[in-house]
Design a protein around this ligand. Structure first.
Ligand SMILES: Cc1cc2nc3c(=O)[nH]c(=O)nc-3n(C[C@H](O)[C@H](O)[C@H](O)COP(=O)(O)O)c2cc1C
Length: 323
């Protein structure tokens, strides 16, 4: 059910969170989510601790900028070395992180081979040190975001639950899939429930939430709050709509024209943030399809976007398809 959420020393009026999405979750996206939905908080995409420490200038615009107009933000770190995680924790605290999360779910080989992401689930001694490094270097609430053991040979749920408690994380985010599983495999609610029952700290359930029934299925695990990732892209009003519908209220979604305006605003924000039109357009190509969910000729729009090379061309394409 929707209610307030206490995470460590911070409280939030609602318990729905916009989750991290690499390549998407930077300030312009989060700003729109905040304007239309006011979730408990949004997340940055995963930021490498090494990059933060050694190339802060490079990382600056994209990863660490928090817009003064946006709501609370959880900065998500990726790393495997306690010293680096500690240093990165200090830096993002300085950049205004309202919460800090350590990624323990990323399935990408490059990340796993460095001992980070989901590989930490089977290296709980290291995980313990990393959570301690987070806790010792900030006063904001800290969490880790994990995947579950599922039917794999890796049995780590119990061990991870113990380490999370012992090291003093303030809450846990659980994506209900094994790191080898793709999105075709449905979210495993029973494993999220395992963590809810095992832990005294709040558990945030994540996976496949896009409507009231999937939201209710997640709340049925007993989780303190939920995280929505993919479904929030291209419909920044989704969380507000779900909250209204949970209270039996009607929510009128923006018209196709308004959605076009929001898409353009998103890309313009990205262009301003990155200061690189070409790169902004390349990014926009990746998330354009999400803004076209309700469009009849969606495929045609995506095809046009895939060869788009400038902001002015993007606006012309939008005129043809959204207006
Ligand atoms: C394109 C994409 C990028 C993602 N990037 C991140 C990331 O940077 N950090 C992270 O913890 N999870 C990341 N995820 C996983 C999501 O946060 C989330 O756990 C997963 O998509 C399940 O939630 P959903 O069904 O609500 O999308 C990413 C997922 C996608 C599809």
């Amino acid at each position: 059910m929707i209610h307030s959420l206490q995470l460590g020393n911070k409280s939030f009026p609602v318990n729905i969170i916009q989750g991290p999405l690499a390549g998407i979750s930077c300030a312009p996206f989060r700003l729109l989510t905040w304007r239309y939905s006011q979730p408990a908080f949004s997340c940055t995409e995963m930021i490498s601790c090494k990059t933060l420490i050694h190339q802060a200038a490079l990382a600056e615009q994209r990863f660490i900028v928090k817009d003064p107009g946006e709501g609370p933000v959880s900065f998500q770190l990726s790393g495997s070395d306690p010293y680096e995680v500690g240093e990165a924790t200090k830096r993002v605290t300085g950049y205004g992180a309202d919460l800090i999360d350590l990624n323990c779910g990323c399935p990408v080989k490059k990340i796993r081979s460095k001992g980070a992401g989901s590989s930490l689930l089977t290296n709980t001694a290291q995980l313990y040190k990393l959570i301690c490094a987070l806790k010792q270097n900030t006063t904001v609430p800290v969490s880790i975001k994990i995947r579950v053991e599922a039917n794999s040979d890796e049995k780590f749920n119990q061990e991870v639950a113990s380490v999370v408690s012992e090291a003093g994380a303030d809450f846990l985010v659980v994506h209900g899939r094994h790191w080898t599983e793709h999105y075709e495999t449905p979210c495993r609610y029973d494993e999220i429930e395992f963590f809810v029952n095992e832990l005294k700290i709040p558990v945030i359930g994540n996976g496949d939430i896009s409507c009231v029934s999937t939201l209710q299925a997640m709340f049925a695990t007993g989780c303190a709050g939920v995280m929505i990732a993919r479904a929030g892209v291209g419909q920044p009003w989704l969380i507000r709509k779900l909250m209204a519908e949970m209270h039996q209220e009607k929510y009128v979604i923006p018209s196709l024209k308004e959605i076009g305006d929001i898409f353009i605003e998103h890309v313009e924000g990205l262009n301003k943030l990155l200061g690189n039109e070409k790169f902004s357009i390349l990014q926009a190509r990746k998330f354009a399809k999400y803004y076209a969910r309700s469009m009849g000729n969606r495929m045609e729009f995506c095809a046009a976007m895939n060869v788009c090379i400038s902001l002015s061309e993007l606006k012309t394409i939008c005129l043809n398809y959204f207006y």
